[in-house]
Write a protein of this length. Structure first.
Length: 320
């Protein structure tokens, strides 16, 4: 009996035939239309990479808005000496804040006198309010509100230089991020006859209260512009006939051999640490170095700019 037993479920219907499962059997594969290549992760809405990209874009927009708001907002110089220096240099200002109950000295008295004489509002405020206005800086009871700097149009600088009656001399800053260096370069540019200064839009200091003060007020008289793309702006000036000279420790010539000084010229000052960027260096017609005594590594960017601009001015005087 055990030999005749069959497993339950093992019987086959005699009417059924073993064969392929009902389907296309691959016969219709040519008729199917594919969906194309798989989109990149950052392009798929439900993918984490897409969400990260969207969050990054929103963060960039927020930073851009904050930067724009900061550029359009007034700035406050804090401290008795800084405030007095700004007022002595005739830096544009809209209000002088004086904390109530502070111990007055000669600096406070002169600051109030200078502000009143120039028609600047003198406002007495609580010390806590001045703390808020100056962002918690060491104000010593004085704060000076400085309006946002009004930049010139980079495309107009050449026209201003050409109409000056002297050979064009423009100064470009390539990545100078210290506002004190910026202010010092502007001061040297004004002292040695330059007609304008241009800054790159990115990776550069801007005309803040610190730069105002370091420039000793010359920023109010020197046209300063921002170039969206510094390399492109330099090329435009080169096409207009200006020679582009970059300051570099390994220059093609030293400052004694700067024969281009008497013609239309753009002097490019590199950043404090890296010097000239690659694209800007490639745009220069010549690079110039400054001979120095042994054991001295390099000069501060603003000092180097002053040395070269002074040599340009000297050579131009000899041409007269």
């Amino acid at each position: 009996m055990a030999g005749n037993s069959k497993r339950r479920g093992a019987m086959r219907n005699p009417g059924s035939k073993k064969g392929a499962v009902v389907g296309s059997g691959g016969q219709k594969s040519k008729g199917l239309q594919g969906k194309g290549p798989t989109p990149k992760a950052a392009d798929r809405p439900n993918h984490p990479a897409y969400k990260r990209a969207q969050a990054g874009a929103k963060a960039d927009q927020a930073r851009s808005r904050r930067q724009k708001n900061a550029e359009n907002a007034p700035e406050t110089v804090a401290g008795r000496n800084p405030v007095l220096e700004c007022l002595r240099a005739d830096i544009p200002a809209t209000a002088l804040y004086v904390a109530m109950g502070i111990e007055s000295d000669d600096r406070v008295a002169e600051a109030v006198q200078l502000a009143a004489g120039r028609g600047i509002s003198v406002l007495e405020v609580q010390r806590g309010e001045l703390d808020r206005i100056t962002g918690g800086a060491m104000h010593q009871g004085l704060g000076l509100q400085v309006p946002p700097y009004e930049y010139a149009d980079a495309r107009e600088l050449l026209k201003i230089a050409q109409e000056s009656g002297n050979p064009p001399l423009l100064v470009a800053l390539d990545g100078v991020t210290d506002p004190r260096n910026l202010g010092a370069v502007v001061r040297s540019a004004a002292a040695f006859g330059a007609q304008g200064v241009v800054l790159p839009q990115r990776r550069s200091a801007s005309i803040t209260a610190v730069a105002w003060r370091t420039s000793a007020g010359t920023a109010a008289r020197m046209p300063i512009a921002i170039a969206t793309n510094l390399t492109r702006q330099l090329r435009e000036w080169a096409e207009a006939g200006l020679m582009v000279v970059g300051l570099d420790a390994d220059g093609d010539v030293d400052v004694d051999g700067l024969d281009l000084a008497t013609g239309p010229l753009v002097v490019v000052v590199g950043s404090e640490g890296r010097g000239l960027s690659r694209l800007v260096r490639e745009t220069c017609d010549q690079t110039v170095s400054i001979p120095m005594a042994a054991g001295v590594e390099s000069l501060n960017a603003s000092v180097a700019a002053g040395v070269v601009l002074a040599e340009v001015a000297r050579r131009r005087r000899l041409e007269l």
